[in-house]
Design a binder for this molecule. Structure first.
Ligand SMILES: [Zn+2]
Length: 120
């Protein structure tokens, strides 16, 4: 039996099973048929945050940012480049809502970024 990983669709937030031995660049959502790995940061909202962070088996970086935060704006191009270069194996997500409160809830470091490994 082929091992599979869960990947959350960046378009419709459906949870998909992706065979671990197939190229991620070809994976498409079973519900909306869009590509699961786009090479672009996924923009999260407070409605989609939990599902994307908790149901994804893929390595994940979450950038907690706010438009008024200078360091956040300075780091944005680096996250975009990481998403582009590592798009098949790494999910880069960007979360703007409730910037400060979510940081506290998630106990992320002061830079406001979470790096989590893949499937446990
Ligand atoms: Zn979808």
């Amino acid at each position: 039996m082929t091992e599979s990983l869960h990947a959350v669709c960046p378009h419709c937030s459906s949870v998909n099973r992706v065979p671990a031995d197939r190229p991620a660049s070809e994976a498409r959502c079973g519900v909306c048929k869009a590509k699961l790995f786009t090479g672009e940061p996924i923009v999260l909202t407070s409605k989609t945050f939990d599902k994307h962070v908790e149901r994804n088996d893929m390595p994940l970086i979450v950038d907690f940012w706010a438009p008024w935060c200078g360091p956040c704006r300075a780091m944005a191009p680096i996250f975009e480049r990481a998403a582009h270069e590592q798009g098949d194996g790494l999910v880069v997500e960007r979360f703007q809502d409730e910037h400060a409160r979510t940081r506290e809830q998630r106990r992320v470091d002061f830079e406001g970024r979470v790096l989590r490994g893949g499937a446990d």
